[in-house]
Design a protein. Structure first.
Length: 332
C-alpha cells in the first residue's frame, strides 16, 4: 500500500505506514498547499498511490473520479463536512476518520478560557505590560474575579469534547448541566432543556457540531435569556450563536464575557464589533492545536490502514456501506 500523507503526522505514524509500502509525507501545515481535488486525484494515479491521508484537503467526487486506484482515504479529524462520502462509497473507497482526536486538547483549552474570563487574566497582563500597575491595591480590586468552584457550567453538546469538558469542570467542583438531544447521559452531568441550561448557567460552553439543526441555536432571544453576568465560550462553531446579539450582550454588560475560538471569517474583519470589546477573548481557532492531537490522529489513522491492509474492517470507517462491496470484491 503506497500512501500520500498530506496531514501533519507523527514520526511513529509514518514509520507504521512505511511498513505497509512507500510513503510520501507533505503536510499542508509545512507546504501551505491545499490541493484542487481533481489535480490531487490525477497525482495519486500518476504516482501510484492507493492510500491517502489528509486533514484539511477536500475529498470531492472529482478526486475519486481522477483516482480509480485509490482504495482508502484517512481523514485526520472527526468532522467529515469536507468529504463526499457518497461518492467515495460509489467508487469503492473506504474513508476513515479520527473522532475524538482533539477532545482533551480542546477541553483543556476551554477550561483555560473559562479561567481567563473569570479571573480577567488577559486584561491584567495587558495592564502590567503597558505600565498601568503602579498601585497594588488598585489592581487587586480592579481585577477581582470569581472561582470556578461552586459555579454552574452549561455544556451544549455531549460529544467527546463536551464530555471531557464536563469531566474537568467536575474536578474543579462545578455543577455541570448539559443539553444534547442525541447523546446518552454522562456521569456527573444533569441533562436539561436548552432554555433551562441558559437560565441557570454561570458559564456556557458550546460543543455542538455545525449542522442545519444547530445553526442559530443561540438566537438573540436565547442570548437575552442567559443568566446576567454569565460567560460564554465557543470553540465549536460560529454559526451556533447570533453574533450581533452576542456582541450587543457583551457591550451592554448583560454577559460578563465571551471567549471565541471560532469566527465567521478569518482573518476577523476590522469592523467586527468583537475587536473593540475588552470582555471578548479572541483566539485563531487553536483549541485543538497540540502535539498530542497530531500523535493521536496519526496513531488512529495508521491503525486503520494496518487493519485494511490485513483485510480487516477499519475501526473508524466513516462509510460502512462500502465494506460489504469491498469484501465481495476481495479487496482489503
Amino acid at each position: 500500500m503506497n500512501t500520500l500523507v498530506l496531514a501533519p503526522f507523527s514520526a511513529a505514524g509514518i514509520a507504521r505506514l512505511a511498513a505497509l509500502g512507500q510513503v510520501a509525507h507533505e503536510p499542508w501545515t509545512e507546504t501551505g498547499t491545499l490541493w484542487d481535488p481533481e489535480e490531487l486525484g490525477a497525482r495519486l494515479t500518476a504516482e501510484g498511490f492507493d492510500a491517502l491521508a489528509v486533514e484539511a484537503d477536500f475529498l470531492f467526487e472529482e478526486l475519486f473520479d481522477a483516482a480509480p486506484g485509490l482504495r482508502i482515504a484517512a481523514v485526520c479529524r472527526g468532522a467529515l463536512n469536507h468529504v463526499d462520502l457518497d461518492a467515495a462509497t460509489e467508487r469503492g473507497v473506504a474513508v476513515t476518520h479520527t473522532p475524538g482526536r482533539n477532545a482533551q486538547a480542546v477541553a483543556e483549552f476551554v477550561v483555560g478560557r473559562m479561567i481567563a474570563l473569570a479571573r480577567h487574566t488577559q486584561e491584567a497582563e495587558r495592564s502590567v505590560r503597558e505600565g498601568e500597575w503602579t498601585e497594588p491595591a488598585e489592581a487587586y480590586i480592579r481585577f477581582q474575579g470569581r472561582e470556578l468552584a461552586g459555579a454552574t457550567l452549561g455544556v451544549i453538546g455531549l460529544g467527546a469534547i463536551g464530555r471531557a469538558v464536563a469531566r474537568i469542570a467536575g474536578g474543579f467542583g462545578m455543577r455541570v448541566l448539559a443539553y444534547d438531544p442525541h447523546a446518552p447521559e454522562a456521569e456527573g452531568v444533569e441533562t436539561v432543556a436548552l432554555d433551562d441550561l441558559l437560565a441557570a448557567s454561570d458559564f456556557v460552553s458550546v460543543h455542538a457540531p455545525e449542522t442545519p439543526e444547530t445553526a442559530g441555536m443561540l438566537s438573540a432571544a436565547r442570548i437575552a435569556a442567559m443568566k446576567r453576568g454569565a460567560y460564554l465560550v465557543n470553540a465549536a462553531s460560529p454559526s451556533v450563536a447570533d453574533s450581533a446579539a452576542l456582541a450587543a450582550a457583551l457591550a451592554e454588560g448583560n454577559l460578563a464575557g465571551a471567549a471565541l475560538d471560532v469566527h465567521e471569517a478569518h482573518p476577523i474583519p476590522p469592523d467586527s464589533p468583537f475587536l473593540g470589546l475588552p470582555n471578548a477573548l479572541l483566539t485563531p481557532h487553536v483549541g485543538g492545536a497540540t502535539r498530542e492531537t497530531v500523535e493521536r490522529h496519526s496513531a488512529m489513522a495508521a491503525r486503520d490502514f494496518e487493519r485494511f491492509a490485513r483485510g480487516e474492517r477499519p475501526e473508524h470507517l466513516a462509510n460502512p456501506d462500502v465494506w460489504g462491496r469491498l469484501r465481495a470484491q476481495g479487496v482489503g
